[in-house]
Design a protein around this ligand. Structure first.
Ligand code: SF4
Length: 872
């Protein structure tokens, strides 16, 4: 049976996937062994893609103000209302907020409509939240948004420095590639620079737990130190760069004294010496950076301070070396190529450049062209709140969860005259604010291209038709454009037609002045497009000495260190850092549907240093309120050992669909980098307090329960059950009746119940010999492992032994599974710890041989390594 070669829709690694329909109609997912991004490997998220397909939770029909309508009615309505608002309030009164989840063809059409036909640059993207600081830094340093490193360079590097990157969880296949290179060449060194001791650090030769926000001091210190020790490359600097004097002067003024740098950065002098020495000794060095650098009020300067060190040593543009920004999203790079951000024009051309504007307008034969930058994400939603933007079309993203100060974002949408949301998922936090909902095609149904972190363009191919009324995003946008009177320019019949137009645009007015030129691909046929193999730009290869400023040189940028604008104080003494976990993606609207992904970490948490937890009276496993000046969440306390004192971490994924109070975006300060506009997600002053629940509980049920009566709840999906964790400050009155109502079990014949005077209450509902639901309530959040109870939902009939143990919640025969560590083989923490203890295991390979854990995608290897060294 032949499968469809496509690309994973999650992170910026851009792994090739083969999707194969089985005789029973399910979809098998395998890594594509021929795709150069992954050579067959997939991480836990990619491997579980098959579990996220299907129509459960999908948005299937267009609607206006909650009423289902047909496509013509919906499209006419959107076109007419946009036109009306433009006529009455001007073109600046409308905006698009799009996404790195869109395919390049979708992105191209949305950008063309907004910048060339509506005539404003009010189109921004959730990529603003992810890597816009790296884009701005590339433009400042290289004159164009080029990424001067490819994945092969990681294979060849002698030193890899990961800055602000938990690659083991956020770019797992790339991290496995680094580990494979290290295994082949044990002399290769890995340094991790991160305030947290993340799972990535398990394999590092050196971890620098740099104080949040001080990266520019660190890299200025390195720049000054390298220059002082004669490690600059004078011939490279003279021939290919400019601006060294200013950059060095600022570095020397701010960070020439290594002791002071160590102190500012919160590091030991010895650690700093070791890092500087490693950087000095290895010519082939790749510095890979990610959101920990970009998501900062000084993100652009941080990225430039890294690039400066590579320019000073000439370690750029040759095999095994260079500064490498890895993107968070599958098509953040494609969005950059089409100019789908408020400060860009198509094909890496500049909005501020009159000749570029003319080139684009002539190519599009458009009636208008945006002549100045539009509003970047945070400012865009502020303008919606202020009422100056009166219509917004949000495509494939969930800003009510993901933007900073997210409650204000929701308020902005609630007061906006027209909110259009096109998405493949129903009931998202953002969709709930929409006037018009448009059902989009999802992964597996869409056709087009994406570009990964190393500039490699790959095809995403459809292998199943969109359900019900769902349609590709490019089709939806083109249809609205046609109804706004721009028919000829948007008469696309396929993604192929859009791609060749995009490729042709990239060759307009280039004459060697831009690296992004894929115009050769404008001549490919439909068949060639369908069979397009992954291809990296520039199609002619990246030259060491090729830069795109007018002087054709790379520019050093003088980077003056700045502390984050909002700093901890007496009221908010801790620093909140936010980020991803291993097995969820963005606002988890798709990944939460996968039982095996949900089993890794099934609810949100606040991770903090044990000393801080003790001082604040917080017990691990209890609930805590995390509060900032912008909002509050209630999540579970965790002391993983990853945090330094004074810092806390909360994951970004949870939202109102899965938790009553878990949207961390609502707590993040809306401070942005002044150059890139990227928000400061890694540094918000916060405080943490016990939640003060008077009772805790959990329910396992066959169908979701009505949680309206619960003060606090969080839900996750198992294979054949829904798990709901519950808590409240107010005592539950008449617990029996409340439990029956909660479980939807009023009138059910067989209920087994137990209660004692201490507040413990347990009930199990059995229908036709099968477990229908179970609920445990107690004063403290101390319950049996849910693994055994959950396994009963898979049984056709309960045995008498099962019934005997039901209200105990555990069976003496079952090993507590605990949270799943290895998603591929469903191996839990409990099983791994038991095997390590019983067989005196020493290495992840020992664990793999005994339990298979870690032997497939490898995403869990860092956690297995942690368990091997955990105190017992
Ligand atoms: Fe998908 Fe994982 Fe590959 Fe990222 S590393 S593209 S999430 S399979």
């Amino acid at each position: 049976m032949t499968g469809t070669r496509t690309t994973c829709p999650y992170c910026g690694v851009g792994c090739g996937v083969i999707a194969t329909r089985t005789p029973k109609g399910a979809i098998d997912i395998d890594g594509d062994p021929d795709h150069p991004a992954n050579f067959g490997r997939l991480c836990s998220k990619g491997s579980a893609l098959g579990e996220t397909l299907g129509t459960a939770g999908r948005l299937l029909h267009p609607s206006i103000d909650g009423e289902r309508v047909d496509w013509d009615t919906a499209l006419d309505n959107v076109a007419a209302r946009l036109t009306d608002i433009i006529e009455n309030h001007g073109r600046q009164a409308v905006a698009f907020y799009v996404s790195g989840q869109l395919l390049t063809e979708d992105y191209y059409v949305a950008n063309k409509l907004m910048k060339g036909f509506i005539g404003t640059a009010n189109i921004d993207t959730n990529s603003r939240l992810c890597m816009s600081s790296a884009v701005a830094a590339h433009k400042r340093a290289f004159g164009e948004d080029i990424v001067p490193v490819s994945y092969e360079d990681l294979d060849l590097a002698d030193l890899v420095v990961l800055v602000g990157s938990n690659a083991a969880w956020c770019h797992p296949v790339l991290f496995q590639r680094i580990l494979a290179a290290k295994a082949k060449r044990p002399g290769m060194r890995l340094v991790v620079i991160d305030p947290r001791r993340t799972p990535t650090c398990e394999f590092a030769d050196l971890h620098l737990p740099v104080r949040a926000g001080t990266d520019v001091w660190l890299f200025n210190g390195l720049l000054a130190w390298l220059a002082r020790h004669g490690l600059a490359n004078p011939s490279y600097i003279a021939k290919y760069t400019s601006g060294i004097e200013e950059a060095l002067a600022v570095a020397n003024a701010s960070a020439s004294d290594v002791d002071s740098v160590a102190e500012v950065c919160g590091l030991d002098r010895q650690q700093l010496d070791e890092f500087f020495d490693l950087f000095a000794r290895h010519v082939r060095v790749v510095t890979m950076f990610s959101q920990g650098v970009n998501q900062s009020s000084a993100g652009t300067d941080k990225a430039n301070s890294i690039i400066n060190c590579h320019l000073l040593t000439g370690r750029i543009g040759r095999a095994g070396m260079g500064p490498f920004s890895v993107t968070g999203q599958p098509n953040a790079m494609g969005g950059r190529e089409v100019g789908g951000m408020a400060n860009m024009l198509a094909a890496h051309m500049d909005l501020e450049n009159e000749a570029h504007r003319r080139t684009v307008q002539q190519f599009w034969r458009s009636p208008a062209i945006a002549s100045e930058q539009g509003l970047k994400a945070v400012d865009m939603f502020e303008a919606i709140h202020a009422g100056t933007i009166k219509a917004v079309w949000i495509m494939a993203t969930n800003p009510v969860v993901s933007l900073p100060d997210a409650d204000r974002v929701r308020e902005a949408l609630q007061r906006c005259e027209l909110v259009v949301v096109s998405d493949c998922i129903a009931g998202t936090d953002t969709g709930r604010c929409a006037n018009v909902l448009l059902p989009a095609a999802a992964w597996g149904e869409k056709d087009g291209t994406v570009t990964n972190s190393e500039r490699r363009i790959s095809r995403q191919r459809a292998f199943t038709p969109p359900p019900a009324d769902a349609r590709p995003d490019w089709w939806i946008v083109s249809q609205v454009a046609q109804r706004m009177g721009y028919g000829e320019a948007f008469a696309y019949g396929s993604a192929y037609e859009i791609f060749i137009e995009h490729a042709a645009m990239s060759g307009q007015g280039v004459a060697g002045s831009r690296a992004f030129d894929i115009s050769e691909l404008a001549r490919i046929t439909r068949d060639e497009y369908d069979n397009l193999q992954p291809v990296r730009w520039p199609l002619t290869g990246m030259a060491a000495s090729r830069f795109y400023h007018d002087d054709r040189r790379a520019h050093f940028v003088a980077t003056s260190p700045q502390l984050p604008r909002n700093r901890p104080d007496g009221e908010f003494p801790l620093v909140l850092n936010t980020g991803r976990i291993r097995d969820q993606w963005h606002t988890m609207t798709r990944t939460a549907r996968s039982p095996r992904l949900a089993a890794h970490i099934s609810e949100s948490y606040v991770d903090l240093h044990r000393a801080d937890a003790d001082r604040l009276g917080l017990r691990e496993g209890a609930l805590a309120s995390v509060t900032t000046r912008w909002g509050c969440v209630v999540v579970r306390v965790r002391c993983s050992g990853e945090m330094s004192a004074g810092s806390i971490f909360v994951p970004i994924h949870w939202n109102d669909q899965f938790c009553s109070q878990g949207r961390i975006g609502a707590l993040v300060n809306p401070v942005v980098d002044p150059i890139s506009g990227e928000p400061e997600f890694k540094h918000t002053p916060a405080r943490v307090e016990p939640y003060g629940a008077s009772w805790h509980g959990f329910a396992l049920t066959r169908v979701p329960i009505d949680i309206a009566s619960a003060e606090w709840w969080t839900q996750s999906y198992g294979a054949d059950f829904v798990r709901t964790e519950l808590a409240g400050r107010r005592p539950v009155q008449n617990v029996h009746e409340w439990a029956l109502r909660l479980l939807g079990a009023v009138g059910q014949e067989e209920c087994i119940e137990y209660r004692d005077g201490s507040g413990t209450y347990r009930i199990a509902v059995i229908v036709n010999q099968r477990l229908q639901s179970v609920l445990f309530i107690a004063r403290e959040a101390e319950f049996p492992d849910r693994g055994w109870l959950a396994s009963l939902f898979g049984k056709k009939a309960l045995s008498s032994a099962d019934r005997d143990m039901l209200l105990l919640g555990e069976s003496p025969q079952a090993t507590p599974t605990g949270p799943i560590v290895c998603s591929c083989f469903g191996v839990g923490r409990g099983a791994i710890l038991a095997a390590i203890a019983a067989q005196s295991m020493k290495t992840p390979q020992d664990v793999g041989r005994a339990l298979r854990a870690g032997t497939n995608c490898g995403s869990c290897l860092p956690e297995i390594k942690m368990l091997l060294t955990a105190p017992r």
